[in-house]
Design a protein around this ligand. Structure first.
Ligand code: CDP
Ligand code: MG
Length: 163
């Protein structure tokens, strides 16, 4: 099924000049760009985006992280795109993310001194929607309907993909 997903290159990805590298992986995998914006994230937007985490103890560190510098926010579409993108992104913790995934290949996570608690936030370079409900909600948080660009590509027609 054709799906759309919301992806964010987080501040560490922008700071480390990995925006193009990340985007080119998705383009090479056939995913289609529907919308894109480069911006800093107001605290209110962070609270909306991370509404499922906002009450958790680690949330203040996540807000500090996501608001610390500009991010690239975009919507990608494709066949089973939500799961495909999550697979390409890899596990939440960089140390557990497999080689070949974006987090596994590029994310750098600080680690605690022996006997100390885990270091938060988990700096993992990229966000991607986890489920269809989350994707629909996140796309509506970051983009208005008229910012989503619909178009066809030759490759989609050749593969009989519909959007
Ligand atoms: O991003 P993902 O969906 O893989 O993970 P999540 O469990 O939905 O958490 C959202 C984000 O919060 C993570 O990507 C981390 O940046 C951060 N986080 C954290 O700093 N500490 C945790 N214990 C859990 C998540
Ligand atoms: Mg999540």
């Amino acid at each position: 099924m054709y799906e759309k997903s919301l992806v964010i290159v987080k501040p560490d990805g922008v700071q480390r000049s990995l925006v193009g590298t990340v985007l080119s992986r998705f383009e090479a995998a056939g995913l289609k760009i529907h919308a894109m914006k480069f911006q800093t994230v107001p605290a209110e937007q962070s609270k909306k985006h991370y509404s499922e985490h906002v009450e958790k103890a680690f949330y203040p560190t996540v807000e500090e992280y996501i608001t610390s510098g500009p991010v690239l926010v975009f919507v990608l579409g494709g066949h089973n795109a939500i799961k495909k993108i999550r697979t390409m992104v890899g596990a939440t913790e960089p140390a557990s993310a497999l080689p070949g995934t974006i987090r596994g290949d590029f994310a750098h996570q600080a680690y605690p001194a022996p006997g100390e608690p885990d270091v938060e936030p988990i700096r993992n370079l990229i966000h991607a929607s986890a489920t269809p409900d989350e994707a629909a909600n996140e796309i509506s948080i970051w983009f208005s309907e008229d910012e989503l660009v619909e178009y066809s590509r030759d490759i989609d027609n050749q593969l009989s993909l519909k959007n």
